[in-house]
Design a protein around this ligand. Structure first.
Ligand code: HAM
Length: 415
């Protein structure tokens, strides 16, 4: 036999047994986002590499280590590692700034990051997310957080922690970075290799290092004093205070986490994450924030923006108890020509159904019906002779015989 070719490390098939739950997540996204005035946008899976280098930031792990980049006709292309940069590109290219603000977009689809795979972390994964353009007021940030929670609740997920932080603006952040570097510099040689690189390029990222020895250093009192200080300027501080007021008004519980800096460079002011206590170390189901400079940095007009994305595989693993969707009816019969006509008739009337094409014994067909459907429609010799159908409610084990002419109206009532 020929050698089997296996699925690539960090990627996964979504199998028929899992697909109902994926459809449910997608349908709920359409419902919840549409109800809040968002329109779906679908952008290409690959983009110019430069979009991510300039958009996500060339000091980030995503751009430095994790991109799937390839050349075609002397162009450098990259499979999207996230979708904010692509949506911003589409926003600019299609002149969407001319639409009246806020411009509200949502999306779902696969993303690609060359990461070390582990539970909750894949190389191809799916995100569902939103981006809102044109609003400076923290009402937009509050709406994004409230929308994320509404979607998670619609999936039946309630055991969630919301963390927020403000990264300030480029000006106040510069001052903070200098202070942070000054207080950490004496320990520079003891930091991990990644932190040594981050120290010059992106010192804020030091704060979410997961290496124990680095965490111990950052827990030192003089370093904590700088981290916990209120470094943001008065305008950024007002923005953050107003966001907290809105969240309180909405009854949304949150905590302020000063170590929350996020792994993408485009954020300013608000950043947030929603975590689940029921996931392992990869416990962030949602991450987002404000990015007021990105549209301008990618060549568009100055446009404030805020958004988030959620990892759908992580949502999936929290929703395992979801019941499989069943067909309405399964036809149990050895009279193929009658069965095939009945199936066609039911499907033409929008009733989901299937039938056995292998002429198995009745008992085998009934077992299959119990697994797949709510009702078994029995078409035996007697039924066919009398123009009837026996209909069995498989959950209740009750059965009655009705006229063949009534089957559609009966099933429509329960469909
Ligand atoms: P992110 O935090 O990189 O943000 O990703 C958002 C979510 O995607 C994470 O919280 C996680 O649930 C999921 N995720 C990320 N990487 C993986 C992976 N390798 N495997 C499985 N799930 C993963 C962004 O992508 C930003 N674009 C969010 C945003 C939108 N900010 C503003 N607008």
């Amino acid at each position: 036999m020929a050698e089997i070719i296996r699925v690539q490390k960090g990627t996964k098939d979504i199998l028929p047994a899992e697909i109902d739950l994926w459809h449910f997540m997608e349908e709920k996204a359409l419902e919840v986002f549409s109800n809040a005035g968002y329109k779906e946008i679908r952008t290409p899976i690959f983009e110019a590499t430069e979009l991510f280098a300039r958009g996500v930031g060339d000091t980030t792990d995503i751009v430095n280590k994790e991109m799937y980049t390839f050349e075609k006709s002397e162009r450098s292309l990259t499979l999207r590692p996230e979708n904010t940069a692509g949506v911003v590109r589409a926003f600019i290219e299609n002149g969407m700034h001319r639409l009246s603000a806020p411009i509200k977009l949502w999306y779902k689809g696969p993303m690609f990051r060359y990461e070390r795979p582990q539970a909750g972390r894949q190389r191809q994964f799916h995100q569902v997310g939103m981006e809102m353009f044109g609003i400076k007021d923290p009402a937009a940030d509050a709406e994004a957080i409230a929308l994320a929670i509404r979607y998670l609740n619609a999936l039946g997920l309630n055991d969630l922690d919301v963390e927020i932080n403000s990264l300030g603006c480029p000006e106040c952040r510069e001052e903070f970075k200098t202070k942070l570097k000054n207080v950490i510099r004496p320990y520079l040689n003891d930091l991990c290799e990644d932190c040594q690189k981050r120290f010059e390029k992106n010192p804020l990222r030091l704060l979410d290092c997961k290496v124990e020895s680095c965490k111990e250093i950052y827990a030192k009192p003089e370093i904590q004093e700088v981290i916990q200080s209120d470094f943001i300027c008065s305008e950024c501080s007002e923005h953050f205070t107003l966001l907290k007021t809105y969240l309180n008004d909405l009854g949304i519980k949150y905590s302020v986490n000063k170590l929350l800096v996020r792994g993408l460079d485009y954020y300013n002011r608000t950043v947030f994450e929603i975590k689940s206590n029921n996931l392992g170390s990869q416990n962030a189901v949602c991450g987002g924030g404000r990015y007021d400079s990105l549209v301008r940095n990618l060549g568009g007009q100055d446009t404030p923006a805020v958004g988030f994305a959620m990892g759908m595989e992580r949502l999936y693993s929290l929703m395992q108890q979801f019941p499989q969707k069943k067909l309405t009816a399964y036809i149990v019969s050895n009279e193929t020509s009658s069965a095939i006509k009945l199936v066609s008739d039911l499907r033409n009337n929008g009733i989901s159904c299937d039938f056995d094409m292998t002429n198995k014994k009745f008992t085998k067909q009934m077992e299959k019906a119990s697994k797949l459907a709510d009702y078994a429609l029995i078409l035996g010799e007697d039924e066919i002779k009398n123009n009837q159908i026996s209909i069995k409610n498989l959950a209740e084990s009750t059965q009655k015989t009705i006229s063949r002419d009534d089957i559609i109206s009966v099933l429509k009532q329960v469909n």
